[in-house]
Design a protein. Structure first.
Length: 312
């Protein structure tokens, strides 16, 4: 398993280099000059030219990219063009809230999605199954921002049951729990539908297998057959979908954090792009890309734990 993990990490290196290159080129294609953003709107041309030389913007793009990679290898993500704060310091204050939001979204959405999919497979073609599938289709179809705005307007503004702007505090405090409920419901709500649909399909496929018929012939109850023999063997495609959907949640977190003014990496990325803060935007791209890569690495490790054939 250790060799497998090392191989996956080595394969992630060219992927990360490609992400860095694309992010670097996208920032270069922006309409604003970083030197002008750094100098301010009232700066003279001499000051802007001096800043361009100081920031290395007068060099060819290939040289700029090489210098950028060299600074990254030294742990230097640059300095914000707007507030003159090191990017790594700003990211350090936003990673924690983003992880809290992801954890609060997944801790209820994954079990509920698997439960709904299992119930749909257990009572196939029943009214319950049709309701679950209708709910799943609705969850896949409704955009994240629409769910968030509905919760803000209904639960937060009209009923005033829960706060809907900002982070009330750490997750282990009462204020923090109240503040994270609506963002977690928004982000996790769009996660349930795909998980429920995949769980139902995977469990139905396994229910026709020989080992399931053997378990029923032994006189085991239907729920024991479902949970111990069907669901357990159907987890591999479910884990595959979970890895992909958690990766997509990083994109959904950008929208959710913006809607609820949550001080996470996604909201920081949106603000950096809108204000043409190129070092900050590149730093957020790196963090989000690393999150996606490590999520896929965790999925690969789970494969080996679930399927003994892969351990060889």
């Amino acid at each position: 398993m250790l060799r497998h993990c090392l191989m996956r990490l080595l394969l992630a290196v060219p992927v990360m280099l490609g992400v860095l290159l694309i992010g670097f080129l996208l920032m270069q294609a922006g309409p604003n000059d970083p030197a002008v953003v750094r100098a301010g709107p009232n700066a003279t041309q001499d000051v802007i030219d001096a800043l361009r030389i100081e920031m290395g913007l007068d060099k060819p793009l290939l040289v700029q990219f090489g210098l950028y990679i060299w600074r990254l290898l030294q742990g230097d993500l640059g300095v914000s063009l707007i507030n003159n704060v090191p990017v790594i310091q700003e990211l350090g204050t936003t990673i924690g809230p983003s992880l809290e939001l992801m954890f609060a979204s997944l801790i209820w959405a994954i079990p509920l999605g698997i439960l709904l999919g299992t119930l749909g497979a257990r009572y196939q073609r029943s009214l319950l199954d049709r309701c679950i599938m209708a709910f799943s289709v609705a969850g896949v179809s409704v955009p994240v921002f629409f769910v968030g705005l509905i919760l803000v307007w209904g639960v937060g503004f009209k009923l005033q049951w829960l706060p809907f702007t900002g982070r009330g505090g750490p997750l282990w405090t009462l204020e923090g729990l109240k503040a994270i409920i609506l963002p977690a419901l928004t982000l996790g709500g769009v996660f349930i539908g795909p998980v429920a649909r995949m769980t139902r399909t995977a469990v139905l496929d396994v229910l026709g297998a020989d080992h399931v018929r053997t378990a029923r012939a032994k006189g085991l109850t239907e729920w024991v057959v479902m949970m111990r023999h069907a669901l357990r063997n159907a987890l591999i495609p479910i884990v595959t979908l979970l890895g992909l959907q958690i990766g997509f949640l990083l994109g959904g977190a950008v929208v959710t954090e913006t809607v609820f003014s949550w001080p996470g990496v996604g909201r920081l990325a949106v603000g950096a792009i809108l204000s043409s803060d190129f070092p900050m935007a590149q730093g957020t791209i790196i963090i989000l890309s690393l999150g996606f890569i490590f999520i896929n690495l965790a999925v690969d490790i789970l494969y080996t734990a679930l399927d003994p054939r892969l351990r060889a």
